[in-house]
Design a protein around this ligand. Structure first.
Ligand code: MN
Length: 714
C-alpha cells in the first residue's frame, strides 16, 4: 500500500521546495471521510486515493492534481460536498474533483463499442480542465490494477470500457506507457487464457534473442554513419495486446509475427528517410510486397512513415519503420488522429490551435523545470463547437453548441420533433429554448396536439430540425392558403354573379394553365398567398369566354355574412373561416377599432387599424373586409405613449393606474428628455376599445401625467 510519505517524497524529487501542506491536509481529510470503508481487496478504502495520487505524482503533475487525486472519490462516496472542498482546498481542486465525479456518474449503458468515439469526445468535452482527465485516467489505471477483486461481470464491463474509452484517451494525451498498461490489463481480464499463453510465449522468444536488439541497432547506426546520416535507432518490444491484435487482424500465428520488436529509424528530413530506406534495402533483402510508403500517402489520421520488412541478420523477417522526428512525434502522441480531421472535414482554425496546444502539453510538461507552472489553471474547451448529451437509454448524441431540446427531439425522430411539447433534462423540466450542456440526460415529452411554430426556427440550431420545421410550416401554410384562396375566389365570383363551383368543375384547369399554374390548387394557393388577386382570375375567365376585349363591369357587391366561427383573435373575415390571422404589431388594433385585413404573402391575413399609416401603402387588391366578434375572452396588446413630468415615482404611479384598470402590462420603456419630461412606452393588454378608454382615463388622473396617447404605429 502506498503511504503519504511515498507521495511527498515523489513530489520533492521533482519539486524540491514545494509546499505540500495542501496535499497533507487532503490526506488527513480523505482518511477521515473514507474512514471505515474498505476496498473489495480488503484494504482500507484510503489505499485507492493514495495510489491514484501516487500515479499522478509519478507523472510529475502539479499539487492541485495530486490533491484532487486524494479527494477524487470523496464527493461521490462520502458525505463531503464540492462547496466544502472549495472552502478547504480552493477552487482548482474543487473543480477537478467535480469534473471527475461527473464523468464517473455517467452511465454508458448501451453499445459502448459503437459509440466509443462519441463517448471519448464527450469525456474530453467534460474535462475542460485537462487535469480532470488526468486524474480520471489515474483513477482508472489503479482500478484496473486491482480489478481481480471485482465480480466477473463487472470485471468484463470495466475492462471493455477501458479498452474502448480510456486507453485511447491516454493515447491521445500522449501518455503512451499508460495506454499500453491499460490495454494489457484490459486484455488480461477479457481474454485471460490468451493473455497468459501469449505473454509466456513472447517472453520465451525475447529471452532467446537477448543481445539481438542491440546488435541490429548497431548494424543500422554504423551503416547510416557510413553515408553521413545521423539518426536514432529504437528497438522496443511490442506490448502483448498489440501483438494479439495483429494476430487477430491478420489472422496469423505468433510464428508469423516478426516484429515482436519494432525497429525504428528516426532521421531529420524526408529525403534522408528515402536515403535510409535505400541503405536498409541494400543491407538486407526486402520482402516483396511488404513495403509501404505512408510518407507520400499518409494515413487518414495523418500518420506518416515508411514501413518495410527485410530478411534480417539471422535469416528472420524484421519490420523496420523509417520516419522523421516530427512524424514520430505525431505517431506516438496519436492526437492528430481524430482531432485535426473529423469526418473528412477540416476543423476550424480556432479548434486546430487548441489541439496544437494540447498536443504540446505533454512535451512542455517534460521540459519544464518546475512542474508547478505546468497545467496551472489550465482550462479549455476541447470541442467548443460541439455538445454531447445522452438519451435516457444512455445513447450519446452530438449537437452543435447552443442546441436545444427541439434539436434533440428532431434528432430522435421527425414525429417526436413535430409533437415536442416539453423536455426534461436530468429529470427536471426545462424550457424548449434551454441550451444543452455536456453530459445532460435529455428526455422529450410529446403531445399529439403540439405542433411546430415559427418561433421554433429561432430556437432550433441544427439544420435537420430547421429544415423539418420549415417543411411543416410550409405544408401548413399551403393548406391554409388553399382554404383562403378558395374563399376569396368564391367571393369574387359571387360579386360578378358567376358560379364558382361550376367554374371549378369546367374551366378552372384551363384558366390555371393559361395563368402558368400547374394545377387548380396551385392557382388557388397563389391567391391565398396573395401572389395573384381573385379579380385576375375572374378577368381571365371572362375574357376566355367572351374575347380579349371584354371589360370587367363592377358588379354590385352582394355581401352575405353567414354566421362563421370567429378566429381565436376574435376577428371575423367576411365569408371566411379557418384563416391564419395576425394582429399587426405596428398599430396594435383592439376590438372596437375600425380595422382592415390584408392578405400577406404566405402568412395569412394581418389586421391593421384603418388609421394605421402602413395601410395606405398596401395594395388595394389584397385588402379584405373584417369585423370584430364580441364574444371572446382574448386580451389584445396595445401600445401607449405617456409623457409625464420628470419626477420620482412616475413609473410606479402610472403602472399602478394601468393595473388598477385591470390591464396587464407586458412591457414598459422609459426615456427622459432634456425638456424635463419623461417618456414612457407601455405595452399593455386590454379586452377592447372600451377597456382601453378606461385604462387611458385612469392614467390621465395620475398627478404629473401630461399626455397619454395610443401609438399610431412604430
Ligand atoms: Mn476512484
Amino acid at each position: 500500500m502506498i503511504r503519504i510519505n511515498d507521495i511527498l517524497d515523489q513530489i520533492h524529487s521533482y519539486m524540491p521546495d514545494a509546499d505540500t501542506s495542501l496535499v497533507e491536509k487532503a490526506y488527513v481529510y480523505s482518511a477521515k471521510v473514507h474512514d471505515g470503508q474498505t476496498r473489495l481487496s480488503g484494504e482500507p478504502y484510503l489505499s485507492h486515493p493514495l495510489a491514484v495520487a501516487f500515479i499522478l505524482s509519478q507523472q510529475r503533475l502539479d499539487l492541485a492534481s495530486i490533491t484532487a487525486g486524494l479527494l477524487h472519490d470523496s464527493v461521490e462516496d462520502t458525505l463531503a460536498t464540492i462547496e466544502e472542498l472549495e472552502k478547504m482546498f480552493g477552487k482548482d481542486v474543487a473543480r477537478i474533483v467535480d469534473g471527475v465525479t461527473k464523468i464517473s456518474q455517467i452511465e454508458f449503458q448501451s453499445k459502448i463499442q459503437k459509440q466509443a468515439e462519441n463517448i471519448r469526445k464527450m469525456i474530453l468535452a467534460m474535462s475542460k480542465d485537462i487535469r480532470v482527465l488526468l486524474v480520471k485516467l489515474a483513477d482508472r489505471l489503479h482500478n484496473m490494477r486491482t480489478l481481480q477483486y471485482q465480480k466477473e461481470y463487472k470485471r468484463i464491463k470495466i475492462a471493455r470500457e477501458t479498452l474502448d474509452i480510456y486507453a485511447p484517451l491516454a493515447s491521445r494525451l500522449g501518455i503512451d506507457w499508460m495506454k499500453r498498461e491499460l490495454e494489457d490489463l484490459a486484455f488480461s481480464f477479457l481474454y485471460p487464457e490468451e493473455y497468459h499463453e501469449l505473454r509466456q510465449e513472447v517472453k520465451t522468444r525475447l529471452g532467446q534473442r537477448k543481445g539481438y536488439v542491440e546488435e541490429v541497432q548497431e548494424i543500422i547506426s554504423k551503416k547510416m554513419a557510413e553515408y553521413s546520416l545521423s539518426c536514432r535507432v529504437l528497438g522496443r518490444p511490442k506490448h502483448i495486446y498489440s501483438i494479439f491484435r495483429k494476430m487477430r487482424r491478420q489472422n496469423v500465428t505468433l510464428d508469423e509475427i516478426y516484429d515482436l520488436i519494432a525497429f525504428r529509424i528516426i532521421l531529420k528530413s524526408v529525403t534522408e528517410c528515402y536515403e535510409a530506406l535505400g541503405i536498409v534495402h541494400a543491407l538486407w533483402k526486402p520482402v516483396p510486397g511488404r513495403f509501404k510508403d505512408y510518407i507520400s500517402l499518409p494515413k487518414a489520421n495523418m500518420y506518416q512513415s515508411l514501413h518495410t520488412t527485410v530478411i534480417g541478420p539471422y535469416g528472420e523477417r524484421m519490420e523496420i519503420q523509417i520516419r522523421t522526428e516530427e512524424m514520430d512525434k505525431i505517431a506516438s502522441e496519436g492526437i492528430a488522429a481524430h482531432w485535426l480531421y473529423k469526418e473528412g472535414k477540416i476543423i476550424s482554425k480556432n479548434q486546430a490551435r487548441q489541439f496544437d496546444w494540447l498536443k504540446r502539453l505533454m512535451e512542455w510538461q517534460k521540459e519544464l523545470e518546475d512542474p508547478r507552472e505546468f497545467l496551472e489553471s489550465v482550462r479549455m474547451d476541447l470541442f467548443p463547437d460541439e455538445v454531447y448529451v445522452l438519451t435516457p437509454n444512455g445513447e450519446i448524441k452530438e449537437f452543435p453548441t447552443g442546441a436545444t431540446p427541439i434539436d434533440f427531439a428532431y434528432a430522435i425522430h421527425t414525429e417526436v420533433g413535430h409533437h415536442c411539447a416539453g423536455a426534461k433534462v436530468n429529470g427536471k423540466m426545462v424550457p424548449l429554448k434551454y441550451r444543452l450542456q455536456n453530459g445532460d440526460v435529455v428526455q422529450i415529452i410529446t403531445s399529439k396536439h403540439h405542433v411546430p411554430s415559427r418561433d421554433w426556427l429561432k430556437i432550433a440550431k441544427t439544420s435537420k430540425a430547421r429544415a423539418r420545421i420549415r417543411q411543416w410550416i410550409k405544408t401548413e401554410e399551403r393548406e391554409k392558403s388553399l382554404v383562403l384562396g378558395k374563399d376569396l375566389c368564391a367571393r369574387e365570383f359571387k360579386k360578378h354573379r358567376l358560379n364558382f363551383n361550376e367554374f371549378i368543375k369546367s374551366d378552372a384547369e384551363e384558366i390555371a394553365s393559361s395563368l402558368s399554374f400547374k394545377t387548380v390548387d396551385d392557382m388557388l394557393i397563389a391567391t391565398g398567398y396573395g401572389k395573384i388577386s381573385p379579380s385576375q382570375i375572374v378577368r381571365k375567365y371572362l375574357r376566355t369566354k367572351h374575347g380579349e376585349d371584354f371589360e370587367l363591369k363592377e358588379a354590385e357587391v352582394q355581401t352575405q355574412t353567414r354566421a362563421k366561427k370567429p378566429s381565436k383573435e376574435g376577428i371575423l373575415i367576411h365569408g371566411h373561416d379557418d384563416i391564419m390571422i395576425h394582429l399587426a404589431k405596428c398599430c396594435t388594433p383592439v376590438p372596437g377599432d375600425e380595422v382592415v385585413g390584408y392578405i400577406t404573402r404566405g402568412r395569412g391575413v394581418t389586421i391593421h387599424r384603418e388609421t394605421c399609416p402602413n395601410v395606405a401603402a398596401l395594395e388595394p387588391d389584397r385588402k379584405v373586409e373584417v369585423t370584430w366578434t364580441t364574444d371572446n375572452n382574448v386580451n389584445y396588446p396595445v401600445k401607449l405613449n405617456v409623457i409625464t413630468a420628470d419626477q420620482k415615482g412616475m413609473l410606479a404611479a402610472v403602472s399602478n393606474a394601468i393595473s388598477a384598470a385591470e390591464a396587464n402590462i407586458l412591457e414598459a420603456k422609459v426615456t427622459t428628455t432634456p425638456d424635463q419630461s419623461a417618456h414612457f412606452t407601455f405595452l399593455a393588454e386590454v379586452r377592447d376599445g372600451d377597456h382601453l378608454k378606461k385604462v387611458v382615463s385612469g392614467i390621465k388622473k395620475v398627478g404629473g401625467v401630461m399626455r397619454v396617447a395610443r401609438q399610431a404605429s412604430n
